[in-house]
Write a protein that binds this ligand. Sequence first.
Ligand code: CUA
Length: 289
Amino acid sequence: MGKFRAGSKYAGRNAEEGSAATPLLLSLTLVVLVVSVVYIFLSGKWSPPAPITTVGEAVDHQYQLTLVVTGVVFILSQLGLAWAIFRYRDHGQRANYTHGNNTLELLWTTATAILFIGLGLMGYRAWGEVRFTEAAPDAIQIEATENQFVFNFRYPGPDGKFGRLDPKLISASTGNPLGLDPSDPAGKDDIVVPTLTVPVNREVELLIRSQDVIHNFFVRELRLQQDAVPGLIVPLHFTANRTGRYEIVCTQLCGLGHYRMRSFLDVVSDADYRNFLKQQEQQLQSAGQ
Ligand code: CUA
């Protein structure tokens, strides 16, 4: 690195050599950003409400693990970047070329791959449990049908059987939003309601359907989010372990009324659940007379 000849474009550079203000400002900005992000996550101000299923706890655990692993990588890489910006700032020296370090490249690519695939495989278990394992034989089956822009839940009634549906009979305005076929005796006692009521600590199997476009069934406290796809019946099972009222929302942009497409999940005691069914059955009987 010899001296620059007078008259070359490098001449006169010495005046601003080693100015630390700009790199220092950039490094400090990065540090402030890292600290703010860490604070936002650690403060817990924006964390979701507590889960009400054991699967929800497993999902949270997996999420925390992913967050810690990626968080540590994020903090180290951003602080490393801040350090490099300051450490290798302009001292008036000539820039030199480096073609990188193959060993390091290999090392962090492998480490990233192992972390990424490992976390993915671990998460698959929590995610897959509600979808790829069968619900218990005594699980309560409830059908959830979505259309623009409402939810309808159907209980099979005392006979335990869902009646036949006929798309041609769908008529929300006459009180048959699902198209129940009146000629099928199995459907006579089917209960259709706009909110979902389930007993606490009992396994529920939802059969999720859509009548028109793709919608979604999402309850934060269940940590469950599942698309409702026309032409498919998607099973999903859960056991809620805390009574209360929770919001059900559609999280697929499904049309102009999407923003108001929601319902409620009521997790109630066994006695309240039996009362709910009895009331609905009585209403059906009085309507049928
Ligand atoms: Cu249905 Cu958004």
